[in-house]
Design a protein around this ligand. Sequence first.
Ligand code: 13P
Ligand code: SF4
Length: 358
Amino acid sequence: APSDPDLVERARAAKERLGEKVFVLGHHYQRDEVIRFADVTGDSFKLARDAAARPEAEYIVFCGVHFMAESADILTSDRQQVVLPDLAAGCSMADMATAEQVAECWDVLTEAGVADVTVPVSYMNSSADIKAFTGRHGGTICTSSNARRALEWAFSQGDGRENKVLFLPDQHLGRNTAVRDMGMSLEECVVYNPHKPNGGLTVEELREAKMILWRGHCSVHGRFTLDSVNDVRERVPGINVLVHPECRHEVVAAADHVGSTEYIIKTLQAAPAGSKWAIGTELNLVRRLANRFAPEGKEVVFLDRTVCFCSTMNRIDLPHLVWALESLADGKVVNRIQVDPETEKFARLALDRMLALP
Ligand code: 13P
Ligand code: SF4
């Protein structure tokens, strides 16, 4: 539905009143009505890197989900205040690993005698607590655009003994990167289930594994199946299948191209006219890409007609954005996301390791 012209005008006016004081960041999964007000759009890596790009901005309005706003707070100066227009915009995957569960997992690894050769690698889609755990234990953060480099870095750490990686919290990104990009076998990956005693693993399994994958997943990307890929190939002969690495392993294995949201956009930009693409990622982005590339003669379709939006990304809508911007313009800071200094210190260590990856 077209957005309410009155709200559009109010958002524009509030942004104008704020001028240089505000910097609006928008993730690619945001609604059209919101993304049009973003000063910068990007995947989660680009947004983490760009969050600190405007040190003069007093307010950073983050149109995305909670963990992204936390990361922006960690990476910007204490003077800058990060605002998330709706506090209910979380991420179900990030919620699948709590600080208590991860501390318990580390105890299990310690008891099995493998903690001292294990390097944690945590996906950006995790709480600041998990990032701090990662920093404390010598690990790094990664996003879907640098997961391979993060894993290579992790395996090269230590004193030459055989390293393991504890990958949190997305089992699919961990497995897809290890197996598809780095040539590991599926048998070298085990899944740690936080709801089972000892993660549901024996000491032998822990000792033999290269990758210990946390049992987390994205509920949106988890809905694409091998049937989605086979069906679209049958329906549209010659179609290219391009999916996000949060999809299940069999989907990624059957796809032609795999990458982050930014990679998906760049791939379509570079694609020749007349090419056809089925995209396996969130629907706001796919619809926007379909509209954008249709005039260039590139056909973009959704990989599976039954899969929908990321409901938490969608919580940031125009009314919430208007409310946040107008409040800031009136000098009132609402929905501030602030990570406590102790957590921030170690989370920053892990984020800085990611930003320093080659
Ligand atoms: P990107 O890093 O590709 O933007 O992905 C973030 C995300 O939440 C995907 O579900
Ligand atoms: Fe989280 Fe999945 Fe939504 Fe990304 S798409 S924010 S991983 S629930």
